[in-house]
Design a protein around this ligand. Structure first.
Ligand SMILES: C[S@@+](CC[C@H](N)C(=O)[O-])C[C@H]1O[C@@H](n2cnc3c(N)ncnc32)[C@H](O)[C@@H]1O
Length: 233
């Protein structure tokens, strides 16, 4: 699928079942989150089964697909409560416009209007700039594509939040999960809302240990993968 096909251009905000907003990509016929509840999906897949499954005082986190920044915002709010340090790196080659972000107003929906300035700084600031938020949260956005990731042993957690495999098959291949395996530290975790059999097999072929977990509302299952810890001889 060409980049022109997934680049934003015909996006519109849609209210989801829990009252929070997502974007609908008309040309792609795809939403950025589940219409059964954007916040509920994000909390379940990425926070409950991702962030809270990593028991480290400092977490280096990579997100594939920053989109509307909802996962980043919820992770920031979680660090305020759980007192861990998160270094958040989000990839987004197709940033969403400030007007669209304001029309969804995640900060108001989440009851944290005081976080709005910080959130807008993350979303609109220059790529590569590290923005410390206090509460142990450090954010940086990169305009890099997932396919160009070459980091090794760099992350404890990956939020794999690309568009669905039917829409962007190139992001769900064995080769892509080899990159993710390499980017993770031993014992590191990757979570995604997707539970497709072929995706799971591609993860396994790339050397990841994969478990199926109950999915968020509207989805039976999701996947959590782990880079195995190295066994010392
Ligand atoms: C399902 S949405 C992500 C939703 C987002 N995590 C949020 O909290 O709003 C998928 C995102 O992946 C981005 N994307 C598309 N191609 C990509 C690529 N090659 N590498 C990284 N991200 C990509 C899209 O622009 C879109 O923002």
């Amino acid at each position: 699928m060409s980049h022109a096909t997934v680049a934003p251009g015909d996006l519109r905000p849609v209210r989801t079942a829990d009252g929070s907003f997502t974007l609908r990509h008309e040309r792609l016929d795809e939403h950025y989150h589940s219409v059964h509840g954007a916040v509920r999906e994000s909390q379940h897949v990425f926070l409950r089964n991702g962030l809270h499954a990593v028991d480290l005082p400092r977490i280096d986190l990579l997100e594939i697909g920053l989109g509307t920044g909802l996962n980043a915002l919820l992770t920031f709010l979680a660090t305020r409560v759980h007192r861990c340090t998160v270094h958040y790196t989000a990839l987004e080659p197709f940033p969403v416009s400030i007007d669209l972000l304001r029309s969804m107003d995640h900060c108001a929906v989440l009851g944290v209007p005081d976080a709005r300035d910080l959130y807008e700084e993350w979303m609109m600031g220059g790529p590569g700039v590290v923005i410390p938020a206090g509460d142990g949260f450090h954010f940086r956005r990169l305009d890099q594509e997932a396919g160009s990731i070459t980091d090794a042993n760099a992350f404890d957690l990956i939020y794999f939040d690309a568009f669905a495999p039917e829409k962007q098959p190139g992001l769900w291949t064995e080769e892509m999960f080899q990159r993710m395996h390499k980017a993770l530290r031993p014992g590191g975790v990757l979570v995604t809302y997707c539970a497709k059999g072929q995706v799971r097999r591609n993860m396994v072929s790339a050397g990841l240990q994969v478990e199926r977990l109950p999915g968020p509302p509207g989805k039976r299952e999701m996947l959590r993968a782990r880079r195995p810890k190295e066994v010392r001889a």
